[in-house]
Design a protein around this ligand. Structure first.
Ligand code: ZN
Length: 499
């Protein structure tokens, strides 16, 4: 008796349809799984046997051959447990596929020995694939129901046990789970008003959030740069529907979703330590998993003390920043993940940290240059906003007025984002503009153009920086709700450029 159950396999962010073929014949009772599976798949034989027995479907001693097709594609993970068990149950006659479910639904799920179905990585990818290929739906673990439900107009059947799955196949019983509402707002207990003064730095972060510009903050220890950068997440707008799917997808592949965090609704804020391994930052490993640059997609990658990161890591950040995608190459295949984040970096200006504080710095100029050079080469020209901040004096600290809250800044950011979305399309910001969009939307008056040309000549600014200044000026004009880029917008953009 031969049966076929449909499932899915992943390679990076890509998914592929897999046919799980089950052949049962008389002969020596053996159970073998073929078709380039990893160890998790070969171990699934024992899980399946025990789970079937404990769910009152004891295996009949026969020759069972399972083939995962196409055989040439390497397959990983334990999520084939469910499709294999379903195939065996139908082939052995324990359940009948009266409703033609096996031809119309994809199956994924890992079994526990008791027959319960456990959540799997990448469930949302299976749903996306099933929808693209025109299948009716997906049968998947109840714990993956939330993420699967982000994809509309496809039938999601959640199952908690082999019994649930057999109920669905034999009687077409669909257990519907209730979705609890998830709060979309950032629930973070920090606020911009916690940091006194530093108006220029705060303004820089506001511009960065509005136009998705990369930013670096260079300042002495105690100037509040880390505090400010951490508060950046409190002024970002909520994710768009498409971004929620994108962020959830990458977290699902990485196995980073949980019962308390079943989907990603706020912009991720990732802050890897400078001692993190290159693989954990860029992605890769034996079983290729997304790194911090991909988990930060749709949100923020915060590199505190950027000069402390190994040069090799900083160099390998070029491609993800530039292409908004990271590719990991293996001998036989290449895997790609998104890496579409806003880079926020912070650094001391010199090894001792007090270069801006005059006499307090005891570094030589050579030491200072060497320190700055660590990140200036690979990263600096990919950063749109450069901010230098100094420690506030005691008098400044005591005389400062009340400052803007995160909520106030965020509402400005959202307004500016909406202007950009209506100009460039939902989810696209000024920093995403291509050359022709820059020429179209960053028009200067004749007088301002001449002024700008003069300034860039004096400052010796590169062509890449030229465009970056224009896009920043566009964002500043959007924050000002101005259709045109005026001289004041341009001058403010220039003030965030150190070279
Ligand atoms: Zn120093």
């Amino acid at each position: 008796m031969n049966k076929r159950v449909l499932s899915c396999s992943y390679l990076g962010a890509q998914s592929f349809l897999i046919e799980v073929e089950i052949d049962i014949s008389t002969g020596l009772p053996i159970f073998s799984i073929i078709g380039l599976g990893d160890t998790a798949i070969s171990e699934s034989k024992d899980r399946i046997k025990t789970a079937l027995k404990n769910s009152n479907f004891p295996l009949i001693p026969k020759k069972i051959i399972v083939n995962l097709s196409p055989a040439g594609l390497k397959k990983e993970g334990a999520h084939f447990d469910l499709p294999i068990s379903i195939g065996i149950m139908v082939a052995m006659g324990f359940i009948k596929d009266k409703f033609n479910i096996l031809d119309n639904y994809l199956f994924i799920g890992e079994l526990s020995l008791s027959g319960k179905i456990k959540s799997v990585k990448g469930a949302i990818n299976t749903v996306i694939l099933a929808k693209e290929l025109g299948y009716k739906g997906v049968v998947l673990p109840a714990d993956n129901y939330y993420e699967a439900n982000l994809i509309k107009n496809i039938d999601i059947i959640s199952v908690s046990s082999l019994k649930d799955a057999s109920d669905f196949i034999t009687n077409n019983i669909k257990k519907k789970l209730k979705l609890k509402p998830i709060c979309i707002d950032n629930q973070i207990d920090i606020d911009f008003s916690d940091v006194k003064g530093q108006t220029m730095a705060k303004r820089g972060l506001e511009i960065a959030a509005a136009g998705k510009h990369n930013l670096i903050m260079i300042g002495s220890p105690g100037s509040g740069k880390t505090m400010l950068c951490k508060r950046f997440q409190t002024i970002l707008p909520p994710l768009t529907d498409n971004e929620i799917i994108k962020a959830t997808k990458i977290h699902s592949i990485a196995g980073k979703l949980s019962k308390t965090n079943p989907i990603i609704t706020s912009p991720p804020f990732r802050s890897p330590h400078h001692t993190s391994s290159p693989v954990s930052i860029i992605g890769g490993g034996k079983k290729i998993t997304p790194g911090e640059v991909s988990l930060a997609s749709t949100g923020v990658l915060f590199l505190d003390e950027i000069a402390e990161f190994p040069r090799a890591v900083l160099e390998s950040l070029r491609q993800p920043i530039e292409d908004k995608k990271v590719s990991i190459t293996r001998a036989l295949y290449k895997v790609e993940f998104d890496s579409d984040f806003i880079l926020i970096a912070a650094s001391n200006p010199c090894p001792c940290g007090y270069y801006f504080e005059g006499d307090r710095c005891n570094c030589t100029q050579t030491e200072v240059n060497k320190y700055m050079k660590k990140f200036s080469g690979p990263i600096m020209d990919r950063i749109d906003l450069h901010i230098e901040i100094r420690q506030l004096s005691e008098t400044e600290l005591t005389t400062l007025n009340k400052c803007k809250s995160s909520k106030e800044i965020r509402s400005n950011v959202i307004k500016a984002r909406n202007i950009q979305y209506s100009r460039l399309g939902i989810g696209r910001c000024n920093s995403d503009m291509n050359q022709s969009e820059i020429s179209k939307y960053c028009v200067l008056s004749k007088e301002d153009r001449l002024y700008f040309k003069k300034v860039i000549k004096i400052l010796n600014i590169s062509a890449r920086s030229y465009d970056k200044i224009l896009t920043v000026a566009r964002t500043i004009a959007d924050l000002d709700n101005s259709h045109e880029i005026h001289k004041k917008h341009l001058m403010e953009a220039l003030s965030f450029r150190k070279k």
